[in-house]
Design a protein around this ligand. Structure first.
Ligand code: SAH
Length: 562
């Protein structure tokens, strides 16, 4: 299993050189720099405390280039909570000290040694078992699972107190450890996939060497799998993955079973493929369940393929703070990113292993189909939109492509639409609350709909006294449409009607302008502008810091007594 990519957090330009050296160790790791203090970081943050706590809660390893005390005080409120405990390290700004602080079981000492090695200093390792034996027995490498943490801690303190140990089974990573080994020892480390009751003097480590092939139709899958393993005398801790046939890819029962058992789910053309895995013994049991036990931990990436995923995401208007956390997490897991080049660039930076497929803005259906082709191969694909993907953007195109397709592998893809802050809402928020009452959202583009229907909708929406939000208000290819639209609105609204123009909202060089319908001319608007036209009740008043607040009251007609 790949390790999560750490976040490198710095407070000043002085740490940038050290941060860059550390970043080279972890492909994809980003350097997060404090706004206005750091130039040239990969990402900017505004508040150190909130940023660090967010990483911690998301289980992201943290490398903070600052005093250990600051990190401790910042994370202290979270330490009593159960939940994530990622590795956390403090590194001196100049790279002269590396201090692992938290996440011993997450491999913090391993990271501390790696970082110390590139900085050519010694890591400040304080864990006694680790110091004495050169490895953390309680944190076996990926491919192995520790039986029980509490008895494991007791076992390690016994060894520290001077007891010797014998190793049963194959534990190649312990060969380099300096354990007090003795073939006659009372205490033993037992490595094996057979179910076993740990005796008082035993540390059990399970190789993840078992694959279980199942069919979605089996009732009560997790319990049936546990029972089948027990019957075969195989430890459930050794389970490496569930395997199922490709035509059952979309089954929620399989997905939930894998989630509950905490193992990945892989799909093969035929379950009998399991017998082709190297060095496996097949134990067939009843209930459509086949158990394959290998000698060594299984490399699950070599077994069939995962269910592909396609996420259609909204970036929000542009500013990173306005991107929803679910979208950030999706960007981190993606293998392929598709979209109009401007938006793909806005969504980055990406890791070297992530494939970018940039296309022209107009090739929407082609992009949607390409996304399904990639996802159907088992990849984790993102289609990027600005704002919200469901508002004049890619989500509808993706669903249209799926609706038109009879390809089963496309329909089996794990498809999800993740929302974003749409331009109308981001613009409205900056102006106040111009959309605080009923409103109507329209695209003025007649590329995919006749201009006559746009005119009709404008006329009726304006007559209904709805506030109006215009997307795609104008472009070089559509120069006259906005003027015509304003003329139609003007038939139902006075020239004093409030208008808000938001350009590049949430992006560098953003501008917000409050004007009136009478003063508005199409040359004040371009394709990067959001046009909000108030209703008859929309009003304006000055704000203390200059400019105006705009809002549309919640009531209509008669103001209620307050
Ligand atoms: N899915 C996007 C809209 C795409 S249509 C969303 O939900 O925001 C493109 C139009 O959106 C542009 O012509 C412009 O009118 C508006 N728009 C998109 N981003 C904007 C921004 N940052 N500031 C102002 N308007 C924007």
């Amino acid at each position: 299993m790949s390790r999560p990519v750490p976040a490198i957090v710095i407070l000043g330009n002085g740490s940038l050189a050290t941060a860059r050296k550390i970043a080279q160790l972890y492909p994809g790791a980003l350097i997060h720099g404090l706004a206005e203090r750091v130039e040239g970081a990969d990402r900017v943050y505004h508040e150190f405390g909130a940023t660090l706590r967010e990483f911690y809660q998301q289980d992201t390893p943290i490398i903070a280039l600052c005093a250990a005390g600051i990190v401790i005080r910042t994370l202290a409120p979270l330490l009593l909570e159960k939940g994530a405990e990622p590795p956390v390290l403090a590194v001196a700004e100049d790279g002269s000290a590396v201090v692992p602080l938290l996440g011993g079981l997450g491999g913090v000492n391993v990271m501390a040694r790696e970082i110390a090695a590139v900085l050519e200093v010694a890591a400040a390792i304080t864990t006694s078992g680790e110091l004495r034996f050169g490895t953390c027995l309680l944190n076996p490498p990926s491919g192995y699972a520790l039986g029980d943490l509490e008895s494991g801690k007791r076992f390690v303190s016994d060894l520290l107190a001077g007891h010797s140990v014998r190793i049963e089974g194959a534990a190649p990573w312990l060969d380099q450890a300096q354990l007090p080994e003795d073939p006659q020892a009372q205490r033993s480390i037992h490595v094996g996939s057979a179910e076993r009751e740990a005796s008082a003097n035993e540390l059990l480590i399970y190789p993840r060497s078992v694959a279980v092939a199942v069919s979605a139709g089996v009732a009560d899958l997790p319990d049936t799998i546990r029972a089948a393993l027990q019957q075969a005398k195989v430890a459930v801790q050794s389970l490496a993955c569930l395997v199922a046939a490709e035509d059952e890819m979309a089954s929620p029962a399989l997905r939930e079973a894998a989630l509950e058992l905490g193992v990945p789910l892989r799909f093969v053309t035929s379950v009998s493929d399991l017998s082709t895995l190297p060095d496996v013994t097949i134990i067939a049991t009843a209930h459509d369940i086949t158990i394959a036990v290998a000698e060594q931990p299984l490399d699950v990436t070599q077994i069939g393929r995962p269910r592909g995923r396609l996420a259609v995401i909204g970036l929000g208007p542009g500013a990173a703070e306005l991107m929803v956390p679910a979208v950030k997490a999706e960007l981190a897991r993606a293998t392929d990113v598709l979209g109009y080049e401007t938006y793909v660039r806005m969504a980055g930076p990406f890791r070297e292993d992530q494939v970018l497929h940039c296309t022209d803005n107009r090739e929407e259906m082609q992009r949607a189909r390409h996304a399904f082709e990639l996802a159907a191969q088992g990849r984790s694909v993102i289609v990027v939109s600005s704002g919200d993907p469901g508002v004049f953007a890619m989500a509808a195109a993706v669903l249209e492509a799926l609706h038109e397709s009879s390809e089963p592998s496309w329909h089996s893809v794990d498809l999800e639409i993740l929302p974003g802050v749409s331009a109308s809402l981001a613009t409205a928020a900056q102006a106040g609350a111009p959309l605080g009452h009923d409103f109507c959202v329209m695209s003025l583009s007649d590329n995919l709909k006749p201009w006559s229907i746009i005119e009709k909708r404008l006329d009726l929406a304006a007559e209904a006294d709805l506030a109006l939000a215009f997307y795609n208000p104008i472009s070089r290819a559509r120069p006259w449409q906005l003027g015509q639209a304003l003329e139609i609105v003007g038939r139902h609204r006075t020239s004093e009607t409030v208008v808000v123009l938001g350009r590049d909202i949430g992006r560098p060089g953003q501008s917000l302008r409050v004007t009136t319908l009478g003063e508005l001319t199409p040359d004040q608007v371009d394709m990067r502008t959001m046009v909000l036209i108030g209703s008859s009740t929309t009003c304006v008043f000055p704000r203390a810091e200059g400019g105006n607040w705009v809002y549309t009251p919640r009531w209509y007609g008669v103001k209620p007594a307050s």
